[in-house]
Write a protein that binds this ligand. Structure first.
Ligand SMILES: Cc1cc2nc3c(=O)[nH]c(=O)nc-3n(C[C@H](O)[C@H](O)[C@H](O)COP(=O)(O)O)c2cc1C
Length: 174
């Protein structure tokens, strides 16, 4: 199994890191089996809406986004971790997600509601189906996750995770 951790944290060693590490321990995965892609240490520009990808699925911006896609393609299990920031995900997650427009144009435009078999037939970009989980912490109450969870689900589904799971911790600021 290839495990990919997409680290959308705003800082290391905080609440989200703790929850993420707890989950990794539960999975029993040694560090040699997982790759951690740290969004805040990567250079990923936001989508500028140039629409160059509308004809084919290659984004013309040459940056670390392609590394992320390649890692995601080869992953069997994806962990996406973020704190709740002003009701949503971290800006790092939202920023990277904007670049998935090239996947949307390439794979999803004509088939927005893919079944598993449709997915296998049509998703040339993302390869195999995979499992995955959104790990989210919030300073506020249990009702604070709604938007962040939706965004994480879109993020994970775009990478081929059919039924994203969720692990949350809240009231972290109390
Ligand atoms: C700029 C900023 C905005 C935040 N906005 C929210 C929010 O809207 N709702 C909420 O429940 N918590 C909010 N929080 C609290 C964080 O979600 C919470 O402390 C989280 O556990 C931080 O994770 P970390 O320790 O991994 O950085 C915010 C924190 C920061 C720094």
């Amino acid at each position: 199994m290839n495990y990919l951790i997409i680290d959308g944290l705003i800082r290391p060693n905080g609440n989200t890191e703790r929850l993420m590490q707890e989950h990794i321990s539960t999975l029993g995965v040694s560090s040699s089996f997982h790759t951690r892609f740290v969004l805040r240490s990567s250079y990923i520009a936001h989508c500028n809406g140039c629409n160059a990808c509308s004809g084919d699925k290659n984004c013309i911006i040459d940056d670390d986004f392609n590394k992320l896609l390649n890692l995601a393609k080869n992953a069997d299990y994806i962990i996406l971790a973020t704190p709740v920031i002003f009701g949503g995900t971290s800006a790092y997650v939202q920023n990277a997600l904007s670049r998935f427009q090239c996947l949307f144009n390439g794979d999803y435009k004509k088939l927005p509601f893919l079944t598993n078999s449709d997915y296998n037939k049509h998703s040339k970009t993302l390869g195999k189906l995979k499992a995955g989980i959104a790990i989210i912490t919030a300073g506020g109450s249990s009702g604070s996750f709604e938007s962040a969870e939706k965004t994480c689900n879109i993020f994970l589904k775009m990478l081929g995770v059919i039924r994203p799971e969720r692990l949350t911790d809240y009231n972290t600021d109390k």
